[in-house]
Design a protein around this ligand. Structure first.
Ligand code: UDP
Length: 149
C-alpha cells in the first residue's frame, strides 16, 4: 500500500498586522495590502488610527527595557497606522515570511521590508510573532464584531 500522509494539516489562523507610519506617509497601504492578498491572506478587519503614546507603550511593552523603545514609541505615534487582522492558512508564519527580516538590509528580496522599509526602525509593517501573541494583539485593537471572516 501507499505510505500514510503524516503531515500536519495547515491551520486557518489570524494574525495582527500594522502598516506603520513610514508606509502610510508614503501612501503604500494598497501596495502592502496587495502583497498580503497575493500570498493568500484575507484582510478580515482593518482600520486607520493614530496611536496614542500610552497605546504604543502598552503594545510594545515587551520591549520596554530595550534601547530602541523610546525611539520606537515616538516613531509609532508620528503618523497614522493601519491596524488589520489577516486570516489564512498558517497566517502568523505566512505573514512573517512576507514581511521579511526586521532589518531591511537582511530581508529577502520580494518581501515587504526589502521593498519598502526605510531602516530597522521605520520598517513599514508589524506582524504578530506567534499564535498566542496574535490573539492578544488582535484583542488589543479589535472587538469581535469588527472582525468579519
Ligand atoms: N526595532 C528598532 N530597533 C531595533 C530592533 C527593533 O527600532 O534594533 C523596532 C522595529 O520597528 C521592529 C520593532 O522595534 O519592527 C519590534 O522589534 P522586534 O524585534 O519585535 O521585530 P519584528 O518582530 O517587528 O520583526
Amino acid at each position: 500500500g501507499s505510505t500514510p500522509d503524516t503531515r500536519l494539516p495547515m491551520a486557518t489562523e489570524r494574525t495582527l498586522s500594522i502598516i506603520k507610519p513610514d508606509a502610510t506617509r508614503r501612501n503604500l497601504t494598497g501596495r502592502i495590502n496587495a502583497k498580503f492578498e497575493e500570498a493568500g491572506l484575507r484582510i478580515v478587519a482593518q482600520k486607520r488610527i493614530r496611536l496614542t503614546k500610552d497605546q504604543a507603550e502598552a503594545f510594545y511593552g515587551v520591549h520596554k527595557e530595550r534601547p530602541f523603545f523610546a525611539g520606537l514609541v515616538s516613531f509609532m505615534t508620528s503618523g497614522p497606522v493601519v491596524v488589520q487582522v489577516l486570516e489564512g492558512d498558517d497566517a502568523v508564519a505566512r505573514n512573517r515570511a512576507i514581511m521579511g527580516a526586521t532589518d531591511p538590509r537582511k530581508a529577502e528580496a520580494g518581501t515587504i521590508r526589502a521593498e519598502f522599509a526605510e531602516d530597522i526602525e521605520a520598517n513599514s509593517v508589524h506582524g504578530s510573532d506567534a499564535a498566542d501573541t496574535a490573539a492578544q494583539e488582535i484583542a488589543f485593537f479589535f472587538a469581535g464584531v469588527e472582525i468579519v471572516g
